[in-house]
Design a protein around this ligand. Structure first.
Ligand code: NAI
Length: 340
């Protein structure tokens, strides 16, 4: 039975992994700590590791894992920008969960947008204090507004369908457009110039790093609402703060933040947060932040656990996987890595 070290685990991760571990014959050991150069030694003696979005799977971590005889990194997420894939190539397999619930993320993006523009988060607090005034609560209709969607993959397409249901005009940008002709693609510059609301659904790559920055913000409509449920580093957070102060950006809905790995998923309520950009964003009345929560539905957690367990089972049975970011080369395959 393969033994897998699961890093950065939370109580809500365990039930699914315990269930599918039994079903697929895998022993999961849960570590609350993140996988980093300082903690990688915990993986010694295991047959594989399972990191999440904020684990630091750097070249040094990969080298250490390799030294322990580990040949499998079974990501529990879709994105793998936190993995040094080049360092792993030729040494170990990286598997991922390409889709666990595009609906979870797309629905959360819309939940944030509606909350932000209709101020329901403020109304909740106000009415609990028996304050029934409406001052400062004026929102705007989504119907008839133009929304720009960057990235029309699984999540972007679900989000587009949701927006259409609200009677919005949808524009999209993607270097690899969907061929069915149902989506109105425009160049990125036109998307920035025409959108009342902008939602990011592309992966973090060299091309998309800081795709929202001082220069691109200048091309946007004054008062644009920005939604980012993809990866924090798509947005230059310091430029965002400046643009909100200048009232160029009307509101921001952020489920991700460039420096989130230091904070997100943890309780800092009794601490002085030392990240001034994050503190400034949180202090702004038109910024709504959730802590990388968009994926967090029962359906998604179940799919993550099942797909990760299946990926691990397939790896140890020597089966090719459609979920491989990179595969284990033949020369690295030893009986130790074939223990079905
Ligand atoms: P996907 O791979 O199905 O779609 C990504 C799309 O982005 C593709 O159509 C691709 O062609 C496009 N793209 C690539 N480079 C681009 C560029 N330079 N400009 C515009 N578009 C570009 O991925 P999926 O499942 O839709 O996820 C999108 C992103 O959502 C993931 O990369 C991940 O970062 C994020 N995510 C966030 C979660 C959360 O809890 N907040 C959970 C799951 C994913």
């Amino acid at each position: 039975m393969p033994k897998i070290a699961v890093f950065d685990t939370k109580p809500y991760d365990r039930p699914g992994f315990e269930r599918y571990g039994k079903e697929y014959g895998i022993e999961f050991k849960f570590f609350e700590t993140k996988l980093t150069e300082d903690t990688v030694a915990l993986a010694a003696g295991f047959d594989g590791v399972s990191p999440f979005v904020n684990d630091e799977v750097s070249a040094n971590v990969i080298q250490a894992l390799y030294g322990y005889g580990i040949r499998l990194i079974a990501m529990r997420c879709a994105g793998y920008n936190n993995v040094d894939v080049r360092a792993a190539e030729g040494k170990m397999a990286i598997l991922r969960v390409p889709a666990y619930s595009p609906y979870a993320v797309a629905e959360h993006a819309m939940a944030m947008l509606l909350t932000s523009i209709r101020r329901t988060h403020k109304a909740y607090i106000r009415t609990r204090d028996f304050n029934f005034t409406l001052n400062g609560m004026v929102g705007f209709d989504l119907h008839g507004k133009t929304i720009g969607v960057v990235g029309t993959g699984k999540i972007g397409r679900v989000f587009i369908d949701i927006c259409r249901g609200f009677g919005m005009r949808v524009l999209a940008y993607d270097p690899f457009p969907v061929a069915d002709g149902s989506i109105e693609y425009v160049p990125l510059e036109a998307l920035f110039a025409q959108s009342d609301i902008l939602s990011l659904h592309c992966p973090l790559t060299e091309q998309t790093y800081h795709i929202v920055n001082r220069e691109s913000i200048r091309k946007m409509k004054t008062g644009v609402v920005l939604i980012n449920t993809s990866r924090g580093a798509l947005v230059d957070a310091e430029d965002l703060v400046e643009a909100i102060k200048e009232k160029k950006i009307g509101a921001a809905c952020l489920d991700v933040y460039e420096e989130e790995s230091d904070f997100f998923f943890e309780d800092f309520s009794g601490h002085i947060v030392r990240d001034d950009v994050l503190a400034r964003l949180i202090s702004m009345p038109n910024v709504l932040i959730t802590s990388h929560q968009a994926f967090l539905t029962e359906e998604a957690l179940n799919n993550i656990a099942e797909t990760t367990a299946r990926n691990i089972r397939d790896f140890f049975e020597g089966l090719p996987s459609p979920n491989a970011v990179c595969s284990l080369p033949e020369r690295e395959k030893t009986p130790q890595h074939q223990r079905a």
